[in-house]
Ligand binder design. Structure first.
Ligand SMILES: Nc1ncnc2c1ncn2[C@@H]1O[C@H](COP(=O)(O)OP(=O)(O)OP(=O)(O)O)[C@@H](O)[C@H]1O
Ligand SMILES: [Mg+2]
Length: 253
């Protein structure tokens, strides 16, 4: 039952698109999947058709130990995936946790009571290395790092890998790199090819073979509250996320 944090502190690299569609792809393969929305933007929550502003209970209350994970869990109306949903209130959890004991352990403790119900748990992280991200990295067996192949991509990676090392040496020695995933890839773009080659040179087998192409259908699906499999199963984006689910299923964590 791997727990995977999808993380990169760089904004807009495809974390949420990857978390939502990988969750849906794993569910298509018959796996029991939980998606944890660890981002106050709540994009993964709405991307799976859940109205984030109508939630009476969400991840905030779980992290503050007011309710159990089970109580906050909802089923997506559009895909066979369970969700621990979030909205802007999560910012207050981030602030409130700062002064509390074992603040980096809250998600890990909460997931312990429900993890046996799932084959995969995917955590969508915010674009920062804050306490919410630290909770995700403390809970996870592996980190999946979406990388957009553009000029500053490698710069941000060093900071993330440093944080992962830190977490490994302190609270979570088992934390592995589940893989670097090239996203929004345009194979006709010379810069994208160059950055991709540089990634392969630096990180070798940590770079996943699956590549997510730039595909407008992936960008359109969230406004319908649907994963790519409900929205357009024949798209290149759907094929890419299914291949990613198969590749990760073959890897060990
Ligand atoms: N493969 C793709 N092809 C085309 N558009 C994409 C693709 N992946 C993501 N996008 C679009 O790019 C934008 C950023 O993607 P996404 O929200 O997944 O990134 P993120 O890393 O989660 O962002 P944030 O850091 O704000 O949480 C969105 O508008 C999304 O629809
Ligand atoms: Mg996001």
């Amino acid at each position: 039952m791997p727990i995977i944090a999808v993380s990169n502190q760089k904004g807009g690299v495809g974390k949420t698109t990857t978390t939502v569609n990988l969750a849906a792809a794993l569910a298509m393969l018959g796996k029991r999947v939980l998606l944890v929305d660890m981002d106050p933007q709540g994009n993964a929550t709405t991307g799976l058709g859940i109205h984030k502003d109508e939630l009476s209970i969400a991840l905030t209350q779980v992290l503050l130990e007011q309710v159990t994970a089970q109580q906050a869990c909802v089923r997506s109306p559009s895909a066979p995936v369970d969700v621990l949903p979030s909205n802007g209130d999560l910012v207050s959890a981030d602030v409130a946790l700062m002064s509390q004991a074992h603040r980096e352990m809250r998600l890990k403790n909460a997931l312990a009571s429900i993890s046996a119900n799932y084959d995969w748990i995917l955590i969508d992280c915010p674009p920062s290395l804050n306490l919410l991200t630290l909770n995700a990295l403390t809970s996870a067996d592996g980190v999946l790092v979406p990388v957009q192949c553009e000029y500053y991509a490698l710069e941000g990676l060093a900071a993330l890998l440093g944080t992962i090392d830190n977490v490994r040496q302190t609270v979570n020695p088992k934390l592995a790199i589940a893989g670097l995933l090239r996203t929004m890839y345009d194979k006709r773009n010379k810069l994208a090819q160059d950055v991709s080659n540089e990634l392969l040179t630096h990180f070798g087998p940590q770079v996943l073979a699956s590549v997510v192409p730039r595909n407008v259908r992936l960008a359109e699906a969230p406004s319908f509250g649907q994963s790519i499999f409900e929205f357009d199963a024949a798209s290149t984006g759907a094929a890419a996320y299914l291949a990613l689910a198969q590749e990760l299923s073959r890897r060990r964590f």
